[in-house]
Each structure stands twice: as C-alpha cells, then as structure tokens.
Design a protein. Sequence first.
Length: 126
Amino acid sequence: MEPTAQAAQHRSDELGRRGEDLAADYLASTGLVVLSRNWRCRDGEVDLIATDGQRLVVCEVKTRSGTGYGEPSEGVTPAKAARIRRVTAAWLRAYRVGWCEVRFDVLAVLCPQDGPVTVEHLQGAF
C-alpha cells in the first residue's frame, strides 16, 4: 500500500473504532448491557452484541465523517445484513444460547470534523 493509502486506511480504522466506542457508550446509556464487541468467526464479524435482559440486540455500527457518500446507515446492504445474521447464529451456538428473541439494529454514527457527533439508533433495521 502507498503511504497516502496507508494513512487514509489508518484514519478510516480510527474513525471506525471511535464510532464503535461511541455506539457502545450510547447503548450502555440506554440501559443495554454489551456482551460482545467485534466478535468474529469464519463467516465474518458482528460489531456489538448487547441485551436488554429480554432479548439479544445485535448491532451493526456504521461511522462516517460526513454524508458526502450518503448516510452511514446506507452502508448496511442486504448482503451485509445476511452475513450478520449468519454470524449471529454462530455466536448463539458458540455461547450455547437457547432460543431467544433477537433484534437487529443499526447504529449510524456521524463524526464530522467541525460539528457535533450524532448517534442514530435504528431498532429492528433488518
């Protein structure tokens, strides 16, 4: 990778980590308990898995610094949603969780350089 491409990737990675931290803090502030962060298996990764004590809440976090390429939530495609569902099934097997209600949410985090950070929580998004 060229140095400028490496720098851009590093900034993108930092932005993503910051968004996930903000999303986890937001979920905690609403009373949810985060059970897993960045859980991986051969099918992919789930950003955040939380619970409200009654159901499992699987969250995809999309973070952008602006809306020039669309809203952050627009980054969750049908293929991405299907992959998250497969990874969630693997998580449930790995932790031997029996049947439980599962909700799939998107946390759209906007971190502009010159404005306030916003977190939009789309419950039952897919």
